[in-house]
Design a protein around this ligand. Structure first.
Ligand code: AKG
Ligand code: FE2
Length: 281
């Protein structure tokens, strides 16, 4: 991977709250092994449950049997989701020196953490609502440190129709935004998925929004305070994307709460930052 940033890229991160590094990863050595393993796991699960299998035709079409699989049994999509974050080629990227080098060019620290439980591969299926994220900052969902960063990279070309991630340009400068802990429009959402920004519409409307179209090997690095949201996948293919998060052990707020994780780590965000909860009971 390319692990040296230009001055312009570093400036963009500080100005906009994110930066996109085009063609950052090496396709053959870093991305294809992940695509291949996902394709094999889909085939293995199909075989396990008695569904017919067609051979993988190419790496970029690694998911060609997935939409059909979840149409037969949606719960097997969950099995695949839980399995693929354990693919060594993916975990190698999560732990890579390259990611740490990128992060330390953006955040001035010599002591980097990898957010425990903060990495995985999203599968945003067409026309599903439950796992879509509303407008949010990463910090309440992950904690660890205020100046953490999300590393986001797609495994399929993301078209407009597939609902690219929406980002409010420059919104990291707001600092920590208070949240409601219940989403009245989506009572089935829980944990971090249920958090709703206070004064959401107003807040969002103050910023220019962008929804970058990205390809495999492109990498988005985003500040933990930047406002962003999932787009709606109205396409026919699932939107597969990798996430991992790095943080700074030396940052004061994180150090004060002992680098606590949030919901995914079994912690209650509202107990760690009660001052950020608007609907306190
Ligand atoms: O991919 C998405 O839809 C949302 C991603 C996101 O919120 C994140 O990676 O932090
Ligand atoms: Fe996020």
């Amino acid at each position: 991977m390319r692990d040296v940033l230009t001055k312009d890229e570093i400036n963009a991160y500080h100005r906009d709250g994110f930066v996109i590094i085009r063609n950052c990863y090496d396709l053959e050595s870093e991305i294809m092994p992940i695509q291949w393993a996902i394709g094999e796991l889909i085939a293995l699960i199909r075989k396990q449950y008695g569904y017919e299998n067609m051979k993988q035709s190419s790496y970029e079409n690694f998911d060609h049997q997935f939409i059909d699989l979840i149409a037969k049994d949606r719960s097997l999509g969950g099995v695949i989701y839980d399995a693929i974050k354990q693919i060594p080629a993916f975990v190698s990227l999560v732990c890579s020196i390259g990611h740490q080098k990128l992060y330390t060019q953006l955040v001035n620290t010599d002591l980097v953490g990898i957010a425990g439980g903060g990495y995985g591969i999203r599968i945003d299926n067409p026309n599903e609502e439950q796992f879509k994220t509303d407008w949010h900052q990463e910090y309440p969902a992950q904690l660890r440190s205020l100046d953490g960063a999300v590393f986001w990279s797609p495994l399929v070309p993301v078209t407009k129709e597939m609902g690219p991630v929406n980002i409010c340009v420059g919104s990291h400068l707001e600092g920590m935004v208070p949240v409601h802990t219940v989403d009245p429009d989506n009572p089935n959402k829980s944990g971090a998925y249920a958090l709703i920004l206070s004064d959401r519409e107003n807040r969002i409307s103050r910023y220019k929004q962008i929804s970058p179209l990205m390809n495999p090997c492109d990498l988005l690095i985003m500040n933990f305070l930047t406002l962003h949201a999932s787009g709606q996948n109205m396409g026919k293919r699932a939107r597969w994307s990798m996430q991992s998060r790095l943080f700074n052990f030396r940052e004061k707020t994180g150090l004060n709460h002992g680098w606590s994780g949030s919901y995914a780590a079994g912690k209650d965000f509202s107990k760690i930052h009660p001052e950020l909860i608007v609907d306190r009971k």
